[in-house]
Design a binder for this molecule. Sequence first.
Ligand SMILES: Nc1ncnc2c1ncn2[C@@H]1O[C@H](COP(=O)(O)OP(=O)(O)O)[C@@H](O)[C@H]1O
Ligand SMILES: [Mg+2]
Length: 467
Amino acid sequence: MTEVRPPAAAPASLWERDEEVAAVERAVDTLCAGRASAGSLLVIRGEAGFGKTALLSETRRIAERRGCTVWSARGGETLRSVPFNVVRQLLQPALLSLMPEEAREYLGDWYDIAGPALGIAEPGERQADPQGVCDGLVAAVRRLARRDWPLVLLIDDAHWADQETLRWLAAFAERLDDLSVLVVVARRPGEVSGESARHLDSVAAAAGRPMTNLSALTPDATAGLTRATVGEHADAPFCREVWAVTGGNPYETVELLAKVQDSELEPSEGSAAELRELNRSARGGGLVTRLEELGVDATRFAWAAAILGDAISVGLVAKLATLEHDEAVRCAALLCAARILTAPDSAAGQVDDGDLEFVHPLIASAVYNSIPDALRTAMHGIAAQVVTDSGLGPAAASRHLLQVHPDDDEELVEQLREAARDHVAVGAPDAARRCLERALLEPPPPEVHARVLFELGAVSRIMCGAR
Ligand SMILES: Nc1ncnc2c1ncn2[C@@H]1O[C@H](COP(=O)(O)OP(=O)(O)O)[C@@H](O)[C@H]1O
Ligand SMILES: [Mg+2]
């Protein structure tokens, strides 16, 4: 038998995405044609697991091969309330490469206005005008795009991007006719509402071309993927059952095939009946059982990682899950071996340098939702403390504080008011509103109550002015 499997390290080749990849190649061609060419925006839409992230990775490879600079960022389900989270991530490589003085020079008049939102300048004492901040961010990114031409911006899971980033993205997208840049946005259908949905609609409208809708893999492609993974000898009924069980969802297919390999299941008709059960252990109740089997400490580790949501380091998780460092390292390794977590940036087998990630957002959501309610809110309370202790400031801690159960806690009210002031100062009044509304539920002591109401009124006025 001849071995046709690609080496494990090779990027997974994408089945049935030729048209989408060709569209990306054309867009990169246009970008590279010259600084005078118009910018373009692609929106890729697909259900969870349909291959949005994989297509963005392919876009990165294509662009980098042509010598483009690529910056990327992604939204997170539990991070939607963090203002400017995604645009900060996106600009991080640029911001890190600039000395503070250079940044001031580049952003010019916009430095004082957009700098605090990007986390590179101290917020002023006063409230920032959200429209001004949005305009400032548009201007800042336009300057950076000219400096770093040809530049490709990748925004993954935009349905979970914070509202402030989406507002910027919508405004930025409307002005691409005289800026040579390529923006690729990936999102799930649905999952957004309100203000964010409105901004995402404007982004789609500005794209000026239909969205790319990813579809499930056909039975043929599923069979191809199955044979490429488990061996050419996988027979037709087995491949057909893989498709029937996964519905052609690439993520489910890849995970199911990994389990087939782990359990050394014979890929033939006789074992096809076992596929359905094997698939069930991937998420939902099956995932919970798998976590339990890994032990109490590994489960706590996974929960703590899900609470943190991003920047998952063994150190922070250990603090949050109250685990000794060595024990935490062992848990991280167990969870990586079980394909729940992955350590994308670190050397093979090393889990204690660099950040960890969940293998897929579906797993992150399933783990988060499996945390018992009372424990989840308690862990968010501790997370707020851990985040504050690591010097990240009240605004960073506030997303955890929002999840804590109301409990007459004066200290919490003060933390939320402080976070609200910070949010207002960087131009995120809506985030401030959430903090103050939550503070009212605590409830604040009688003498503070009126002040919180007053602050909420002030924030609402900024928001009305902003619309
Ligand atoms: N067209 C495809 N062919 C083969 N594998 C794919 C394809 N699309 C996605 N995959 C694999 O499926 C898994 C899930 O894809 P991902 O890009 O994370 O989905 P999404 O971002 O839409 O949730 C990944 O392991 C990815 O490599
Ligand atoms: Mg994805």
